[in-house]
Design a protein around this ligand. Structure first.
Ligand code: TMP
Length: 204
């Protein structure tokens, strides 16, 4: 059986990643492709426990390197327990956030820098990379207004989230073979259409 494909959805707050992950999974399943959705931080029991340390509490509660390490600890559990077994079984995995989020939030916006995040990526994930990354892009103000859940990151302020948006666009520019930027200001149906077109073009 061939390995499943690994698709990640990335971008700032309020871009509709969770909704779009579910819609893509439904479409692929209807086409006869076994698919699951999962999310970060989370996607495995221990990783969901670590999530609570990250998404609640004071905005400044973690040192940026400690914060990146927590995200990678959660990611390691997620990969070992959920993502890799699914891919090995031939199942496609659609993941709501992955390493690009650590790069954008901790690496760029929290100032840790690209080399530190790249070193952690290599140590924790080896050669595992997404086959396709869809970056859902939209203006920061629109995203923060849409986001109903005002968790720790949503409270970090507009300037921080502008850095996050710019970071994702830079990440996509540096990895054009892996990443496709999707305009997330359009309707849910239109965004789903753009995502499906990218999946068909790049993976099918
Ligand atoms: P979400 O599930 O609503 O996307 O919330 C997760 C939050 O965690 C989101 O604001 C982005 C943040 N985050 C990071 O800062 N670094 C990471 O590596 C990941 C996966 C998420």
């Amino acid at each position: 059986m061939s390995r499943g494909r690994f698709i990640t959805l990335e971008g700032g707050e309020g871009g509709g990643k969770t909704t779009q992950a579910g819609r893509l999974c439904d479409t692929l399943t209807a086409r006869g492709i076994a698919s699951i959705t999962t999310r970060e931080p989370g996607g495995a029991p221990g990783a969901e426990e670590i999530r609570q340390l990250l998404v609640a509490g004071e905005t400044g509660r973690w040192d940026p390197l400690a914060e990146a390490l927590l995200h990678f600890a959660a990611r390691r559990e997620h990969v070992v327990r959920t993502i890799q077994p699914a891919l090995d079984a031939g199942t496609w995995v659609i993941c709501d956030r992955f390493t690009d989020s650590t790069m954008a939030y901790q690496g760029y916006a929290q100032g840790l820098g690209r080399p530190a995040v790249e070193a952690l990526e290599k140590a924790v994930l080896g050669d595992l990379r997404p086959d396709l990354t869809l970056v859902l892009d939209l203006p920061v103000e629109t995203g923060l207004q849409r986001e109903r859940n005002k968790g720790r990151y949503a409270r970090m302020g507009v300037a921080f989230h502008q850095q996050v948006r710019d970071a994702f666009l830079d990440i996509a520019r540096r990895a054009p073979k892996r990443c496709v930027v999707i305009d997330a200001t359009h309707s849910i149906v239109a965004v789903s259409g753009a995502i499906l077109a990218a999946v068909d073009r790049r993976l099918l």
